[in-house]
Design a protein around this ligand. Structure first.
Ligand code: HEC
Length: 186
């Protein structure tokens, strides 16, 4: 008798949950209570939830990718030029600040000076190629070829070994063609 009462209670609770949770979610979405403003940072909880999801998603999705072997100095330089054109505005570099408007991006794009310590080459490649949903990180697959993306990865891999002034020195040396805008010769 007691057991069947417990059963009823459990079934009641499950039904209530099955109704209350979707209804509550629907009401929450329609109410407009959630603040989507990028000018207000995520709560600690949302930040943890989205960041952890991103890390595990990238690790899992990049598993099948085979990274090319050792990168040449020319690839690193080509990667620098691509980074300078497409990435530095948001991510900055050693001794180079991010663009001022980037302070309005939520979540903020991190400096990538030590990205190669946090991510394997194939993971950097996957992130750059596919981007990250619901952040300002674009997918570059439509703008850059896979070989260009590996050049960017080669550059990011080289960054931790570079002197903190190297980036600005390469900039000053007009490695990418400077005013003429020629791409770095391979
Ligand atoms: C419009 C701004 C923007 C541009 C341009 C941009 N990114 Fe990002 N990127 C972001 C944001 C925002 C994040 C943070 C995503 C997050 O917190 O999950 C990010 C994250 C990353 C990460 C992961 C960093 C980490 O350690 O978690 C890598 C790697 C990366 N970007 C590479 C690149 C490369 C390479 C380029 C250029 C080809 C580039 N990004 C251009 C906004 C940008």
């Amino acid at each position: 008798m007691r057991l069947s009462k417990l059963h009823h209670l459990l079934i009641g609770a499950v039904v209530a949950l099955a109704v209350v949770v979707p209804l509550g979610t629907f009401a929450f979405v329609k109410s407009g209570i959630y603040d989507v403003a990028a000018s207000r940072p995520h709560t600690k909880f949302t930040e943890w939830l989205t960041h952890e999801t991103m890390i595990h998603s990238v690790r899992s999705h990049a598993k099948g990718i085979e990274a090319p072997g050792h990168a040449s100095a020319a690839q690193v330089a080509a990667g620098f030029c691509l980074y300078e054109t497409h990435c530095v505005a948001c991510h900055g570099a050693a001794a180079v600040a991010r663009q001022q408007w980037v302070s309005g991006v939520e979540p903020a794009p991190p400096y990538l000076v030590d990205a190669a310590r946090r991510w394997r080459p194939r993971e950097l490649f996957w992130i750059a190629r596919n981007g990250i949903k619901m952040t300002g990180m674009p997918a570059w697959r439509n703008a850059l070829t896979d070989s260009q993306l590996w050049d960017v990865v080669a550059f990011l891999e080289a960054v931790p070994k570079m002197n903190s002034q190297t980036y600005v020195q390469w900039r000053a040396a007009r490695l990418c063609g400077g005013a003429i805008g020629r791409p770095f010769p391979r």
